[in-house]
Design a protein around this ligand. Structure first.
Ligand code: SF4
Ligand code: SF4
Length: 298
């Protein structure tokens, strides 16, 4: 069995404890309007185009059998209605102005990447993080990777939105050593507005899952999630949760903007900037009387 993987990042220090290899699955059931990895949202492969890297060699024009590469008003564009995402033009683009997001990989191919850094995981308390997209949309394949990691003594964490019914995800959750789950918005209607789905299942799962250890996270998006009432409501939900390591406030990540452009998609949050260290610290202090452990990311 093979599966679409967006990327495998080695030596990650931001996706859980220690040194980690992060495997990014392709495809997500939520569509957060501020997502900084828009290339992971679709279950399909995606052609990404970075005009600033284009050297005008013309290979993509002669390669594409569908005539999807065009010049309009002197500008190189891709007519995505003609593109079948075959990836042939990206293979010929040596300047890497064209790249395909999503590569079919087997468990063994992924394990080949993962096991190279086993010594670093052992020395740092790290391991593998299965991320997305949304890893729970791919539990059969992810379960195989988790089992293969455990067979080699490698710890497995997941980054997830926990938005699928517990009955569907239980076998996979039981194979995982750490859950890092996002609850972005407590109010159900607002959650639907900004992510496309209800948060009921997420909240049920957060309450229900008592093992393994969990980190609950909220990315701070000005005017949306970064509101005292929202953060206090989430903190209250987490109060008394025995397997909670901490509640983490994540700073906004602005790096998705060029990716939106490369996919010819609109980024509603392109003008938003991360909070300063002082502002992040203030958010943490605001929740200091909630009785739960708060961590604030830079
Ligand atoms: S193949 Fe790449 S570098 Fe050459 S014209 Fe196409 S996009 Fe530009
Ligand atoms: S991915 Fe295939 S169909 Fe799409 S523009 Fe490139 S060569 Fe043409």
């Amino acid at each position: 069995m093979k599966h679409l993987i967006t990327d495998i990042q080695r030596f990650s220090l931001s996706d859980g404890p220690g040194i980690r290899t992060t495997v990014f699955f392709k495809g997500c059931n939520m569509h957060c309007t501020w997502c900084h990895n828009p290339e992971t949202l679709s279950m399909d492969r995606d052609l990404m185009f970075y005009p600033a890297k284009c050297i005008g060699c013309g290979r993509c024009f002669s390669t594409c059998e569908n005539g999807a590469h065009k010049i309009e008003n002197g500008i190189h564009i891709i007519d995505r209605s003609l593109c079948t995402k075959c990836g042939k033009c990206a293979e010929k683009c040596y300047a890497e102005a064209l790249t395909m997001s999503g590569k079919e990989m087997s468990v063994e191919q992924i394990m080949f990447e993962i096991r190279q850094d086993k010594a670093y995981y052992d020395a740092s308390g790290g391991g593998v993080t299965l991320s997305g997209g949304e890893v729970l949309c791919h539990t059969d394949f992810a379960l195989e990777i988790a089992k293969a990691c455990h067979a080699e003594g490698i710890s497995v964490a997941i980054e997830t939105n926990l938005s699928l019914p517990y009955e569907k995800i239980e076998p996979f959750i039981k194979e995982v050593d750490l859950i890092m789950a996002d609850l972005k918005i407590f109010d159900e209607e607002t959650h639907k507005k900004y992510t496309g789905i209800s948060n009921k299942t997420i909240i049920e799962n957060i309450k229900r899952i008592s093992h393994p250890k969990m980190v609950i996270r909220t990315p701070l998006i000005e005017g949306v999630t970064a509101k005292e009432e929202n953060l206090r409501s989430i903190a209250k939900l987490l109060s008394g949760k025995e397997n909670l390591l901490y509640y983490q406030l994540l700073n906004f990540n602005p790096l998705g903007d060029s990716k939106y452009q490369s996919l010819n998609k609109t980024n509603d949050f392109s003008s938003l900037r991360p909070y300063t260290d002082e502002q992040m610290k203030a958010f943490g202090e605001m929740l200091s009387n909630t009785g739960i452990k708060i961590k604030v990311s830079e």
